[in-house]
Write a new protein. Sequence first.
Length: 241
Amino acid sequence: MATGLLWDVWNSHEIILMMSEHLQAIEAALCAQNAYQGLDSNSEIQLHPMLCQAFTNSALGIHREVGYPSSPKSRPNEAQRQRCDLVLTPSKNQDLFDPIDEQREQDRAVGTLFESFAQLHEPNPDDSFPEDAYWIEVKSVGQFSYVDGVPGPNPKYASELLAGPKADVIKLASEPVIRNGGSLIVLFSEHQDIGIHDITTCANAMIEQDLPISIPEFEAFPITNHAGNEWCTLGLIPIRF
C-alpha cells in the first residue's frame, strides 16, 4: 500500500480560522434575522454541519463521522467502530481510503475463486490515505447552556471542558495510522478572556498528564447574548504525533 506524502502540509491556524469565519457569518445572519436564540443554542451535533460548511469554498475535502483506521487485525464491525467527527482531506471530492474495509474485502474472498484478486487489491490512486488527512474531534461547552430549551448556568462546565477534549486527544493519539489532527473546543463564555484562559487550562492539564499535544490555536468573536454567553472561542489543540 502506498504511504502518505502530504501529512506535513496541514496548517492548524488556517483550519481554525476558516471555521471561525464561517461561524461568524452564521452569527451575523442570526442577528440580521433577530433570531430568538443564538449560535450557542446549537448542540454539538448541530455544529458539525456548520463547521463542515466552512470548507465549501476551499480546495479541501471534508468528511463526517469517519471510522477510525484501527488495526486491520481487530476488524471491528461497523457498529463497534469508533468514529471521528470531522476529517479533512487535501483535495475536494476525494474519497478517504479505509484499510479496514480493504481487509474485510480480502477476508470475504478467502477460500473463493476471487481470493488471489482480493490479495492484489489496490486502493484507488485518487483516494486520500488516513495518514494524509486531518482528523478533528469536536467538543462544545458553554458557561451558560440550554436544557430543554431553557438557558441557564452550566453546572457541568468544568467537567465537560476537562474530560471531553482529554478523551478525544487520547482517542486520536492512540491511532498509529493518523499523523495529523486535533481536539476542537467550541467554547461559549460570558467574557472575552475566559475562553482562551479556560482552554489553555484544559491543555495544561493534558500536558501535566503527559498527553501528546502541541500549543493550541485560538480564534474568538462576540455573539449576541441570548443565554448569558457573549463570546465564542474556538480552540484547536493539535496532537503531537
